[in-house]
Design a protein around this ligand. Structure first.
Ligand code: BYC
Length: 474
């Protein structure tokens, strides 16, 4: 169904035919806009931004680009087309028709997942709200705002499901999504990472690289759901999400590129010399990777999870790209899990495969992250420098799961609590690192110019040149 832009809430779900749902969402809309004004990107609400907006859910030509003031962005409800023949692709209900309504016995499970997913979207906007003040270029400023408006739309995606399928409880949860705030002591966001401030652009690129990529994996899992409206919602969210990760990996590649240029100019690999020349030294980039990767790993949940087994068995949540697996039942199989053995070593525990789904997905995620690190390592090697970027072990600095709180080094080897505490100071960004990175965060607002700590992008947006005025400041 085409997207109806005549409506107050653009949609392709025929909202006009369900008056009470339409009224309920129109009641929520001004609250969302108020939240956007209060906790969305600060300072730039009246700037003209070159943004893309979804105009169709077809794979080809789904977006249109144009200059918009952010509060006028058309946040709407877009689901991928329905496949009338779709059947459940995994678990105990495999082969049966997918659900168009929420089964009574899975109501609270599904609601909790949708609320958890929904909560991350406004959280990330809140985390990033001050970043516009220090953007390294207008190109990057536009990228930040594109991410922000689309995370706002992803909130709409989850709020639609809550309103349309969960009655009064759903409406209450939708209100709560605007009441919890990132970092709020009394009402924090649900998942850990989403309460950590993102106050510099290196962290922003780390976040869009590591955390948005968790988002991709979670959305891919939910896109397999037997609850068809959830699956279709997530399928379309993934289309938008790809650009967020693009911002992350190209942003980090540009940071590394600039650092290598400065190292070549100075003929040094001395971190202090690199810093004095206004670039970010490779060891600091490594410490930021250690921090953001370990933080993102927790977002996959515990290694051994009875929740994950229930999601899989019931059809609520599958594995990313479930079709690529041969066996969609995952019964009578085990997953060999590394666990602390309680004596300072590592043991192996066999758990039912269904309980190990979080860990299997976390493994695929880590492999994808590593692929990008190897690309950057190829750049570093090409520059003749011996340093290599590495992902820390999946056991490192965990707060969720069997390794939560465990004293391990970057390679995952158990160490004494004293060595761990001392090691953390060297492995994670120090106050001095953060102060240095912050000192580089000076806004660059002249079209085509880019801050000295990051290389320019390879190309502009939607075929426009890099020096296009992507944001016209009011
Ligand atoms: N922090 O069996 P467990 C994105 C809780 S990012 C705090 O280990 P389960 C985006 C858990 O809730 C993707 N609590 O885990 C990115 C449970 O609590 P209760 C967001 C945590 O349930 C960038 C208990 O621990 N999407 O989209 O198998 C920008 C035991 O649970 C954490 C989703 O998360 C944590 N890290 O899996 C914008 C998808 N981890 O119920 C957006 C929806 C676990 O005992 N969520 N807990 O009180 C899920 O699928 C699952 O809830 C999780 C956890 C994968 C998060």
């Amino acid at each position: 169904m085409a997207i109806d832009y005549q409506e107050r809430i653009p949609n392709n779900v025929d909202l006009a035919s369900d008056r009470s749902l339409q009224r309920a969402l129109e009641h929520w809309q001004p609250r969302f806009l108020q939240w956007w004004q209060e906790l969305g990107p600060t300072d730039f609400q009246s700037a003209d931004v070159y943004l893309r907006t979804a105009v169709s859910v077809d794979r080809q030509g789904w977006a249109s680009f144009g200059t918009v003031k952010m509060p006028d962005y058309r946040w709407g409800i877009f689901l991928a087309e329905r496949d009338p023949d779709r059947v459940i692709g995994f678990g105990d209900e495999m082969g049966k028709p997918v659900w168009q309504q929420v089964p009574g016995d899975l109501r609270s499970t599904l609601r909790r997942l949708i609320v958890t997913q929904g909560d991350t979207e406004p959280a990330s906007v809140e985390q990033q709200r001050l970043l516009g003040r220090t953007a390294p270029s207008l190109y990057d400023l536009r990228g930040l705002f594109q991410v922000n408006v689309e995370e706002g739309r992803h909130l709409w995606a989850m709020v639609y499901l809550l309103h349309a399928y969960f009655g009064r409880d759903g409406r209450e949860e939708a209100e709560e999504l605007l009441h919890r705030h990132s970092g709020d002591e009394d009402k924090p966001r649900i998942l850990g990472t989403f309460n950590e401030p993102i106050s510099d652009w290196l962290s922003f690129f780390m976040f869009t690289f590591f955390t948005d990529r968790d988002g991709k994996y979670q959305l891919m899992s939910l896109a397999e759901s037997a609850f068809d409206p959830l699956a279709r919602t997530c399928q379309f969210m993934l289309t938008e999400e790809a650009h967020h990760m693009f911002i992350g990996h190209t942003g980090l590649a540009r940071v590394v590129k600039r650092t290598l240029e400065v190292m070549a100019e100075l003929r040094t690999d001395e971190p202090e010399a690199v810093r004095r020349a206004g670039a970010i030294d490779l060891p600091t980039i490594q410490r930021y990777i250690n921090y953001w990767f370990s933080s993102a790993l927790d977002l996959f949940g515990s290694e051994a999870s009875s929740n994950a087994a229930l999601y899989f068995a019931s059809g609520v949540k599958g594995r990313p790209d479930e079709a690529q697996f041969e066996d969609h039942l995952a019964l009578n199989k085990t997953y060999a899990l590394d666990v602390p053995d309680g004596r300072g070593g590592v043991g192996v525990q066999e758990i039912p495969l269904r309980n190990g789904m979080n860990e299997a997905t976390r493994g695929a995620y880590a492999a994808e992250c590593d692929m990008f690190l190897q690309r950057w390592n190829a750049m570093i090697e090409g520059a003749g420098i011996a340093f290599r970027l590495r992902l820390p072990s999946r056991r490192f600095r965990r707060a969720i799961g069997v390794w939560a709180g465990a004293a391990v080094d970057l390679s995952g080897a158990p160490i004494s609590p004293e060595a761990y505490r001392a090691g953390l100071a060297a492995w994670l960004p120090s106050d001095a690192d953060r102060a240095f990175v912050h000192s580089l965060m000076k806004p660059v607002t002249e079209p085509g110019k880019v801050a000295g700590w990051i290389a320019p992008p390879d190309r502009g947006i939607n075929g426009l040149p890099i020096n296009h005025e992507y944001v016209r400041l009011a």
